[in-house]
Design a protein around this ligand. Structure first.
Ligand code: C2E
Ligand code: MG
Ligand code: MG
Ligand code: MG
Length: 292
């Protein structure tokens, strides 16, 4: 019984501790302070051609480099940022940092690789996304075609005209549009049809069930043939194994992203990946190919 008491007490303290921590991270002042102290950083995860492994794009993923807690993942602060409206300022910061990074890689004479940025519907609704973008493009001297926008399927659910209009304005400027976490958001086909989308990113839950057999495979097959018929490319998210990659190739999935290829990397690590260009395990590097 004593042992059990100890365990319960431990669990109580654990829950209590993380609750308190959660409260400390998730208040407006804490996040504003972190913006002020420049504690938010971007990591970059490659998206590659499923057959050749060629780097197609890097996805910018935000992290909070907290002085006490260390690296805090989006799940611990993005939901609060969304409900509190702080996502508008945080999103503008992510765009600014993305363009800073593109300019830095350009200054290092690295090959130009597009970066995709996750954008929330609230950010489009409440922030002046187009003018923030224009300002970034002008100040950093980066071509607009190097930017891609990811919007989750779930933010397309309500018939939000403003979001649709802003997205088509971006599309008309030459920015690629990607639908993120596809298959989890219950959007209707008619909703998606209103936009000229470039890429469907199939949620990692489907990739996980792919290894298990028939249903996951049938889902991918159907989504890929629909996307291809509409002129879209398909990305499988969360690819962790060689078996998943091989199944996806057999289904003509265009691109893949996931730990099997690379975890989200720091800007310095990403520079190495950009130089390598071909990122599937076993694929030859640019230099190896140049050498013949
Ligand atoms: P997302 O855009 O769907 O990003 C993919 C998430 O899956 C990332 O988590 C990534 O680290 C993780 N992931 C990638 N490959 C694998 C894999 O093979 N296995 C597993 N288990 N996970 C994998 P992360 O970085 O924690 O981001 C989570 C979510 O937070 C993102 O999902 C995105 O919705 C949101 N987010 C991240 N950065 C931003 C941002 O700058 N703005 C906004 N609005 N949302 C962001
Ligand atoms: Mg994303
Ligand atoms: Mg996703
Ligand atoms: Mg996600």
């Amino acid at each position: 019984a004593a042992k059990n008491d100890g365990k319960n007490r431990y669990e109580f303290y654990q829950a209590h501790f993380s609750e308190a921590l959660h409260a400390r991270l998730n208040n407006e002042q804490a996040i504003r302070n972190a913006i002020e102290m420049d504690e938010f950083v971007l990591y970059f995860q490659p998206r590659v051609d499923a057959v050749t492994g060629e780097l197609k794009s890097l996805e910018a993923l935000i992290r909070w480099q907290h002085p006490v807690r260390g690296l805090v993942l989006p799940v611990d602060f993005i939901p609060f940022a969304e409900t509190s409206g702080l996502i508008v300022d945080l999103g503008a910061l992510v765009l600014e940092k993305t363009f800073q990074q593109l300019a830095q890689w350009k200054a290092l004479a690295l090959p130009l690789v597009p970066v995709s940025v996750n954008v929330s519907a609230k950010q489009i609704n409440q922030g002046d996304l187009i003018s923030i973008l224009n300002s970034c493009i002008e100040r950093h001297g980066i071509d607009v075609s190097l930017l891609e926008i990811e919007i989750t399927e779930s933010s397309m659910v309500d018939d939000n005209l403003l979001v649709l209009e802003e997205l088509s304005a971006m599309k008309n400027r030459g920015i690629k549009l990607l639908i993120d976490d596809f298959g989890t958001g219950y959007s209707s086909m008619s909703q998606l049809h209103k936009l000229d989308l470039d890429v469907l990113k199939i949620d990692q839950a489907f990739t996980r069930s792919l290894a298990r057999g028939q249903k996951g495979e049938a889902f991918f097959k159907a989504m890929i043939s629909m996307a291809h018929a509409l002129g879209m490319h398909v990305v499988a998210e969360g690819v962790e194994t060689k078996e998943q990659l091989e199944l996806l190739r057999a289904l003509s999935c265009d691109e893949v992203q996931g730990y099997y290829i690379s975890e989200p990397a720091t800007a310095e690590e990403a520079a190495v990946l950009i130089k390598r260009q071909f990122l599937l395990p076993g694929s030859r590097s640019r230099t190896e190919q140049d050498l013949g």
